[in-house]
Design a protein around this ligand. Structure first.
Ligand code: SAM
Length: 224
């Protein structure tokens, strides 16, 4: 009942504020047809990411966890004409579907999909001189979130936003004894966030089509 209500309210919000969009709709259809799991952000969440990137005036974005490129497209559309987004994906099939979706959305010149485990591709990105990025969206394997946060900090500048998805996990984040590595990764990530003097952060619980979860948002302040 509660999930039904959350889904219905998400639909109400989306119908009014997030108009249907051919490229984004086609992205979800192609991802489903290719058998990708429906673990993309919701339309309302995608638009939130887009608005945050626009409000921040982001020119460079790094995404960790591409899937079919749904959040990628929302974020890339917030960029100016000379903006750039690099998205990291470990699964070759996901990367292939994402590249097709991104091309269909007319963003092939803006977005680069890098195939490989992010903990391998992040050091390469840094070695190639990429960054700092204005916005970093972390949405891949959750046990690695502490490492991704450390990399995000390395690849950011004062004023960068670091946004991390799925940080509430149906409320399981408060279970200190959880044997779920995703929960423990999230808890360790929160501890790093709390102890890090160079960021000011908060997290927001969310409900909706995607169930009960949440986003963490950290502004890199550079303060020591
Ligand atoms: N951000 C996407 C969206 O909202 O449309 C959803 C991303 S999905 C939750 C997580 C993605 O991270 C999956 O496509 C998965 O294959 C990828 N992934 C998992 N482990 C990874 C790793 N070690 N490095 C890079 N990508 C990884």
């Amino acid at each position: 009942m509660i999930q039904e209500r959350w889904t219905a309210v998400d639909r109400y919000i989306t119908d009014l504020l997030v108009p249907s969009d051919p490229a984004l709709d086609a992205t979800l259809q192609a991802s489903a047809a290719a058998g990708l799991p429906p673990i993309n952000v919701s339309p309302a969440q995608g638009k939130l990411l887009h608005l945050l990137a626009r409000a921040q005036g982001a020119r460079t974005i790094l995404e960790i966890g591409t899937l079919g490129g749904y959040s990628t497209i929302w974020l890339a559309r917030a960029l100016p004409a000379d903006g750039r987004l690099i998205t990291l994906e470990a699964d070759p099939k996901h990367a292939e579907v994402a590249r097709a979706n991104i091309a269909r959305a007319g963003l092939a010149d803006v977005v680069e999909v890098r195939l490989g485990r992010a903990l391998d591709t992040l050091p390469r990105l840094a070695a190639e001189g990429h960054g700092p990025f204005d916005l970093i969206f972390i949405d891949a394997d959750k046990p690695s979130n502490p490492d991704y946060f450390a990399w995000a900090l390395k690849l950011s500048h004062p004023g960068s936003l670091i946004i991390t998805d799925n940080v509430v996990r149906d409320g399981a984040v408060i279970d200190a004894d959880s044997d779920d590595h995703r929960v423990q990764g999230t808890r360790r990530f929160f501890e790093l966030l709390a102890a890090e003097p160079r960021v000011s952060a908060t997290a927001i619980q969310t409900v909706g089509d995607k169930g009960y979860d949440g986003f963490a948002i950290a502004l890199v302040t550079g303060d020591q």
